[in-house]
Design a protein around this ligand. Structure first.
Ligand SMILES: [Fe+2]
Length: 613
């Protein structure tokens, strides 16, 4: 039985194909269209999933959309009515799209499917609509390695729920409770994302990365004015300070007054106040996450916790749950945002509608390391390189890993393209840019000459699973880079008195440990553990590097420039390599040096190609 799950029309569209309950393929539309967070119908992603599965639409038994547009519409209407006559402007802005497209979702989807495949409407599989938070919960529990667990979903908003709790047992998911719009920890975080001058729905990472530079100066003001947080972690927002119910922005004049001025203009200089705001909202969010996690443990006695929803991408909060909440196991859906809803929707049809059992395989999950996207053979790559007339050498595995380990140790930056592309926002060693974490210059080189992005943001370390505890205060699997942990004391370099008075970029450039390129200013790191079974080639590269240098860590950042979706094809990778200061490109076994490549013709305005994120 084939089931196709789809999430679309809000943010980061995606498709997923499952066969007899096994995830065959999953991908985000942005990777194919090269438009970041593309929210359109994921025609390319669907076509890829079908091709990977070797099936056509006629072979698909169910097509499942990840939420219910009608309930979303009801929320929108009720919200406008409740706040009427405020919000007329945003009501008028939103309505045409809703009336024309979203309410007619069924026929919109059917038409899209027909034009995708040339099938007749009568040939199409039955169309089902899941529920937004159930899709999140399903994406967190069904692929997890647990037979039983409690599931916590936190996001901005879907239909009505913004936070929900579930109990998972075998193939059943039972709802416990939910918190409804407009009370939302995701929207609260997004309000601060907006206020500190970043883009809502994508800049939340930047706020989290900025937080360690700040002081928690505004925590009390947030509790006093913005959120009524109960002991058990449930909460209500004081909606007077926000504008998202009726307006076209996140915050309003009362919010500005509370924090002493208007929002920061995007791309303008970051000030200490922005950092203090980031730190403060980060602390409040961690407190909400921790209290909810503890309450669920107290109320259900569950040994395992699963997380999904956009807030579960807050890996600092996840790290605190791991260390401070009393669970034996923690599993987080790698595609925790709405793209992952496609996986959850498909799995819900299989386990709930078809009542099929789950096969829980001990300690491993069923996401295949999140390597669920397209791959390319050496032959396909060589064909592409010949057509580009790009000089390259094809090496055996052994020669390749040996050469790359030497090049990394000598300070070279490598574009690394191997196997199936990752599903979800993180690069995990299939489409990654790699560097030597011990190199004190690596962080600024990668930020400024390769990613062309804000220099305050740290890079993530990839570490051999068996060596994670040598470097970090963590002894758990973190294959999806969703846990932040401190660098162990013994590796830290204490700051001098003079250094302690620095801030911002100056502080960033002071080496803080023996892996400075992957250590944030508060000695934390967003850790990825690399496992031999799910990530064998990346594991081997790390092993070879370790044998030569004694260091079991590399810096891993996604293979893209700022604002660009992560590369998908060899062509995307080659283009990104040529546009940046990446020294070496590795496409499977084909090795390319920057020296010797002809510059791309007529590619001078590429920085305008991508919208600011
Ligand atoms: Fe969501």
């Amino acid at each position: 039985m084939h089931i196709l799950g789809v999430s679309a029309y809000y943010h980061d569209s995606a498709a997923c194909l499952i066969r007899d309950g096994h995830i065959v393929a999953a991908a985000q539309e942005e990777r194919f269209t090269r438009k970041k967070f593309d929210a359109r119908f994921p025609a390319h992603a669907i076509r890829y999933c079908l091709q990977e599965g070797g099936v056509s639409l006629r072979d698909v038994n169910y097509f499942v959309f990840y939420d219910k547009p009608l309930i979303k519409f009801e929320r929108l209407l009720e919200t406008y009515v409740a706040f009427s006559p405020k919000g007329v402007k945003s009501f008028l802005a939103a309505m045409p799209v809703w009336l024309k497209e979203k309410l007619l979702m069924k026929s919109v989807l059917q038409n899209e499917l027909v034009s995708l495949d040339g099938a007749k409407k009568s040939d199409l599989p039955p169309l089902l609509f899941g529920e937004h938070h159930e899709s999140h919960a399903a994406s967190a529990f069904y692929p997890s390695p647990f037979q039983t667990a409690v599931i916590l979903c936190m996001d901005g908003v879907g239909e009505w729920a913004t936070t929900s709790a579930w109990v998972g047992d075998g193939n059943t998911l039972t709802p416990l409770w939910e918190i409804h719009f407009p009370h939302s920890v995701g929207l609260l975080y997004s309000a601060f994302t907006y206020y500190t001058g970043f883009k809502v729905n994508s800049g939340e990472y930047k706020v989290m990365g900025l937080a360690p530079y700040g002081k928690p100066k505004y925590v009390q003001a947030i509790y006093d004015h913005l959120i009524d947080l109960k002991q058990d972690g449930t909460f209500r927002l004081k909606i007077d300070y926000f504008n998202y119910c009726t307006g076209l922005t996140m915050t309003n004049g009362m919010f500005d007054e509370l924090f002493g001025g208007p929002p920061r203009k995007p791309e303008s200089l970051l000030t200490q106040r922005d950092m203090d705001l980031a730190r403060s909202i980060q602390e409040v969010t961690e407190e909400v996450m921790l209290r909810l996690a503890r309450t669920l443990h107290r109320e259900t006695g569950a040994e395992n916790l699963c997380l999904a929803g956009g807030v579960a991408l807050n890996c600092v909060g996840n790290g605190r749950i791991l260390r401070e909440a009393p669970y034996k196991g923690l599993w987080i859906q790698p595609s925790a945002g709405d793209a992952g809803g496609a996986v959850g929707a498909a799995l819900t049809a299989w386990h709930k509608l078809e009542n099929q059992p789950r096969n829980v395989a001990g300690s491993t999950d069923s996401m295949n390391g999140s390597f669920l996207g397209p791959s390319y053979t050496n032959d396909e790559i060589q064909q592409f390189l010949k057509q580009k007339d790009a000089p390259y050498t094809r090496l055996s595995d052994e020669a390749l890993f040996d050469r790359l380990a030497d090049e990394l140790a000598s300070g070279k930056v490598i574009g690394w393209f191997q196997g199936r592309m990752e599903f979800g926002p993180r690069a995990l060693g299939a489409r990654s840019i790699l560097g030597d974490a011990r190199n004190p210059k690596m962080q600024s080189v990668m930020n400024l000459k390769i990613k062309y992005r804000e220099s305050f943001r740290p890079f993530a370390p990839s570490v051999l699973r068996e060596r994670v505890a040598d470097y970090f205060d963590l002894n758990a699997d973190s294959p999806y880079m969703l846990l932040v942990a401190p660098v162990v004391e013994s590796r830290r370099t204490p700051l001098t008195k003079e250094q302690q008075s620095l801030w911002g970029i100056d502080l960033l450039n002071v080496p803080k440990s023996d892996i400075p390129a992957a250590t944030h200013v508060d000695y934390s790191a967003r850790v990825q553990t690399v496992h031999e079974d799910t990530n064998p080639r990346y594991y081997r590269l790390l092993k070879t590097f370790e044998a030569k240098t004694g260091c079991g860590v590399l810096v891993n950042t996604s293979f893209n420039v700022r604002n660009e979706p992560i590369v998908c094809s060899p062509e995307d990778a080659y283009r990104c390599f040529m546009r940046t200061a990446i020294d070496i490109l590795v496409l499977e076994n084909c090795l390319l040096y920057k020296d010797g490549q002809k510059p791309l013709e007529g590619d001078t305005n590429w920085q305008q190609e991508f919208e600011l994120d």
